[in-house]
Design a protein around this ligand. Sequence first.
Ligand code: DGT
Ligand code: CA
Ligand code: CA
Ligand code: ZN
Length: 590
Amino acid sequence: METARIAQVLDDMGTILEIQGENPFRCRAYHNAAQTLKGLPADLTEMIADGSLAGVQGIGETLYSKIVQLATTGQLPAYDKLRAETPPGLLALLRISGIGPKKIKALHDELKIESLADLRAAGEAGKIARLKGFGAKTEANILEGISFVETAGGRILQHHALALVGPILATIRDHPGVIRAEPCGSLRRRAETIGDLDVLFSSREPGPVLDDFVALPQVAKILGHGPTKASVLIPGFKSGQLVQCDVRGVQDDQFAFALHYFTGSKAHNIAVRKRALARGLSLNEYALAGESKSVACDSEADVFKALDLQYIPPELREDSGEIDAAEKGKIPKLVEPADLTGTFHCHSDWSDGEATLEEMAEGARALGLEYLGIADHSRSLAMARGLSIERVHEQWKAIDALNKKFGPGFRLFKGTECDVLADGSLDFPDEVLAGFDYVVASVHSRFKMPRDEMTARIVKAISNPYVTMLGHATGRLLLSRAAYEVDLDAVIDAAAKHDVMIEINASPYRLDLDATHCRRARKKGVTIVVNPDAHSVAGLKDLEYGVGVARRAWCAAGDLFNTAPLSEVESRLERLRNRARVENAEDPRS
Ligand code: DGT
Ligand code: CA
Ligand code: CA
Ligand code: ZN
C-alpha cells in the first residue's frame, strides 16, 4: 500500500477513535503518525527494510507494527474492525466544514444521527440548535454545509485524483500487452475538480489488461467489466468516499481518436464533430471517416490537422473559442511549469508554515527557481501566528543575512500576506508596508459580508499603492467552502486601474482566481502571478496546479509576472514600490 493511503488509514482510525470518545492522547498518536508519514525523508518501504522507520520520532511500537502490516500486506484487521463498528454515514459528516469528531459524537449520542439525511432532518426541525455547544448559528452553518456537500456530489480534488490514477496507470503501462496509455477526461484537461477517473490504453488484446485492472487490490467494487472497458470503484481520500474509475482499451490505430474523444470536454467534442461533418467527414471515438475511406491518425495533432486545425491543448478544450482560434492559427504557446522563475506567496515557520526560511529557499532552488518570496501572515491573524511589527523587522534581518550567504544566484524577497481588514484598510501602517519588497493583500475574515461591502473592501485594498498583488481572490475552498460574495469584475477593473497583480493561488484546495476570470483579467491587462501559498517545502510543488489554471486561462509565459528573469522581477518590484512612495508624497493627507 502507498504511503499516502497508509497515512489516510491512520488518520481515519484516529478520527473514528475520537468519535468513539477514546482517550485524546491515543487519538492524537494516530493523527501525528499520519502527519509524520507524509513528511518522511525517504521511501517508506526502504525505511522499513533498513530499519530506520523504527527510529522515527512520533511512531511508537504499536503504530510501527500497524504501519509495517499495512505497507506489506495492504490489510489491517484493527482498521476493518473500527470501520465495522462505525455507521458508514457517520464519517460522511466530516465532509461538512465546521464539523469534527467531537461534534459528530455529540450528534450521535444525543440525537442518534448517523447520516447526512439524519443531520438535515434534525437541523430543519431545529433540534441541533438546542444541543449544548451548538446554537442557532451553528445549526444554520451546518444546514448550509450540507447543501454545499450535496451539490459538490462525489467530486474530488485534482491532487487526490492524480494520486489515485497514478498506480492504476502504472499497472496498465507495465502490462506487456499495452502499447500506450494515458489518463483522459477532466483530469487531463486539468479541471478544478474531478468527477471520475478515465484511463485509455491501446493493445492488440485489451481483455487480459482489463482482467488485471479489475483485480487490483484497491478495487472495492466492479461496476462493469467487458472485453474493451471496465468501471470500478476505489476508495478516495476522504472517509467513506468511493471514486469511479473508467478504463477503456482500443486498437492502437484507434488510439488518437479515442484519446481525443475521452479527453472531452463533451461540448468540445460536439463542436469538433460538427466541424468534421461540415467537411463531409464523420468523427467518433474510433475513427475519422470520409465517404469511401477513413483518415489514418497516429496522434491527436494528426486528428486536428485533418480538420485544418492547429493542435489544441487539452486545457483549452471547453468549447470556449478554441476551435475558432485553432482555425486561425491563434492558439497561444501556453505557459509551462518550467517557465516559472520564482514565486511570491509562501509561508515559513515565522508564521504558520512548517519550514525555516532557509529550507524554503533550498526547496525553491531545488525546483530550479531563481527567487522566492516569503509572505508570512500579518499581525491580526493570531490564529496563523501573524507577525508583529517587531517580528517583521527581525525577519527582514534574517532574510538579509540569508541573501548575503546565497550571493547573486538566488534571492529571497521580503513580502507579507497582509490581512485586508473589514473596512478595506491593511493590517500594517504604510511606513511598515514601505519596507517590504512586495505586499500580497488577502481577506481572511468576515466572509459573510454583503456583496457590495465585500467588493468595496477589496477594491479599497487594491487602491493602496503598496499592494503588489491580491491573494486568493474569492476565499473559496474547493468542495468544502463557497467563495464569499464579491463582484469579481469590479475587482479585476480596479486591479487593472491600479496596476495590481492578481494571483492564481496554486493550492489544489483553492485555485482562485479561476480560469474564466483569469482569462478576463488578462484581457483587461491585469498581470497574473502564480503562487503556491506553500506552508512547507513540499507545498512549493503545488505550483504545477496553478500553471494548469493559467493554461486553462490561455496564458502564455509572458502573461505571468513570475516567468521573468530575477533582474527584471527586481526592477519591476522596485518601480512598484517607488510608485507608492511618490503617490504618498503627493497625497495631501500624508
Ligand atoms: P468529470 O468526470 O465529471 O470530471 O468530467 P469528464 O469530462 O471526465 O466526463 P466523463 O468522465 O463523463 O467523460 C469523459 C469524456 O468522454 C468527456 O469529457 C467527453 C466524453 N464523453 C462522455 N460522454 C459523452 C457524450 O455523450 N458525448 C460526447 N460527445 N462525448 C462524451
Ligand atoms: Ca471523468
Ligand atoms: Ca468517466
Ligand atoms: Zn491566505
